[in-house]
Design a protein around this ligand. Structure first.
Ligand SMILES: O=C(O)CCC(=O)C(=O)O
Ligand SMILES: [Fe+2]
Length: 169
């Protein structure tokens, strides 16, 4: 991905720092008698740099927002879903997007997923890569401290808001 942006090969790896974090979230979505009223997980983008997601291949539920419409993410056995998070959107100055996604419930079937969130060292700050920014391509995102961003993520999520909006210039 660094190559696609004409950055040094190890640009993103170097941003992680020595105390980078990995969080795992194991989610169990029980059957829900009224799926039209209840989300399994409400719309959000991931606050991570990158997320590896292992979803139940026997049932869908994960949806991604594109141009105002929700699309079901297909499931396939033994396949990981790789999702880009907000930290990547910020560092790439918006070239790579952190997609808004959600999980819908199902009236009959339960569902399991495991997400691994890879995140920059919480003590570090990130900003759009210097090489991507000049007078014709201004920075679209502010410098953010990861620790504060992650704390802001949960606060915004609980209010149904997107923390990435606070990083936009
Ligand atoms: O359960 C899923 O498929 C998605 C989980 C997710 O988006 C998350 O934990 O951030
Ligand atoms: Fe997510």
């Amino acid at each position: 991905m660094a190559k696609l942006l004409e950055l040094d090969d190890d640009y993103f790896g170097d941003q992680f720092g020595v105390e980078a974090d990995t969080y795992a979230r194991f989610s169990y979505y029980p059957p829900c008698p009224r799926p039209e009223f209840v989300f399994g997980l409400k719309p959000h983008s991931d606050g991570s740099f990158i997320t590896l997601l292992m979803v139940d291949s026997s049932i869908g539920g994960l949806q991604v927002l594109r141009d105002g419409a929700w699309y079901g993410v297909p499931t396939k056995r033994h396949t990981l879903i790789i999702n880009l998070g907000d930290q990547m959107e910020i560092m790439s100055d918006g070239t790579f997007k952190s997609p808004v996604h959600r999980v819908v419930t199902n009236a009959e079937k339960e569902r399991l997923s495991v997400a691994l969130f890879y995140s920059v060292d919480p003590e570090r700050e990130i900003q759009p890569a210097g090489k991507l920014v000049d007078e014709n391509h201004p920075a679209l995102y502010k410098k953010v401290k990861i620790k504060e961003y992650i704390a802001g993520f949960y606060e915004h999520f609980s209010q149904g808001k997107m923390v990435i909006e606070t990083a936009k210039i």
